[in-house]
Design a protein around this ligand. Structure first.
Ligand code: OOG
Ligand code: MG
Length: 263
């Protein structure tokens, strides 16, 4: 696969996002697509978005729990990027017809005080470099038919990044047992999913350390001030117009949105 192919796949996936269209997964046409090539396609998508003036809010980790890896039929965590136009204010509206077949999951986000560069970054170093953690709801929306993909497919598709809602409570990581945070996700007051933060690679700081180390392979790093999603604590659940979605986290408060149709 040459650079031109990677650019055209990036355009194909980005237009699927912007036109809210599900598409056949790219490994149907390119069955030998490697993980490295998939990250190069992802980089092309990041370039396309930056060329349009969109800013990176932060990188995100995905597929960090056994449950998630099983749910999606893949074997290793992945990373992608969240952009400014994806952020919805806490309590705000997700316009459902802007999206294809969105799902929501509860996560803990980290904001770094200092840049952090791998390799060999540890969870302890992450905690020492963290300004605060905050609760989040991530809305993922695979551009692929039926939300079905292989590992290279989902990496190329910027790890299904679509929307994110951050909570308001900012807490120093040392004030919490960050691996023992219980979270519930409710739709219209009814529990739809629940979990504990240890689901995220044993400890969410471990996920952030792994991210720093994965980025280092490409000369990248975590930047001070970025809001970084550490990966889903709960399973991802489909929602529909009219749903009022809330996640409640032990020690971190709540975060919510309402799903509406533009019509
Ligand atoms: C990929 C994104 C997964 C997470 O937290 O696990 C993710 C997907 O499942 O579509 O964001
Ligand atoms: Mg996620």
């Amino acid at each position: 696969m040459d650079a031109k192919d990677k650019k055209s796949i990036a355009l194909f996936l980005e237009s699927a996002e912007l036109e809210r269209r599900e598409v056949t997964r790219i490994t149907m046409e390119y069955p030998d697509l490697s993980v490295d090539e998939a990250y190069e396609i992802q980089t092309e998508i990041v370039n396309l978005k930056q060329d349009k003036g969109h800013k990176i809010v932060g990188p995100k980790m995905g597929l960090t729990s056994k449950a998630k890896m099983q749910q999606m039929g893949v074997e290793e965590p992945i990373y992608g990027y969240v952009f400014d136009y994806m952020v919805v204010p806490n309590g705000g509206t997700i316009v459902i017809d802007e999206l294809i077949h969105p799902k929501v999951e509860a996560e803990i986000a980290f904001v770094m005080d200092k840049d952090l560069e791998g390799p060999n970054v540890t969870a302890e170093q992450v905690l020492a470099a963290t300004r605060f953690v905050l609760p989040a709801l991530e809305i993922i929306d695979s551009r692929y038919e039926n939300f079905k993909f292989t590992l290279p497919d989902v990496i190329a598709d910027n790890t299904s990044s679509s929307r994110v809602v951050f909570g308001k409570r900012l807490v120093k990581p040392t004030e919490l047992e960050l691996d023992l945070i219980g979270a519930t996700m409710l739709f219209n007051g009814e529990i739809k999913a629940l979990g504990a933060s240890a689901a995220v690679l044993g400890h969410p700081a471990h996920s952030i350390a792994m991210l720093a180390n994965m980025l280092a392979r490409k000369g990248g790093k975590l930047h001070a001030g970025e809001a970084i999603l550490s990966g889903a604590i709960t399973e991802a659940v489909m929602f529909a117009t009219g749903d009022y979605v809330t996640a409640r986290f032990d020690g971190l408060g709540e975060v919510s949105f309402v799903a509406k149709s533009s019509k």
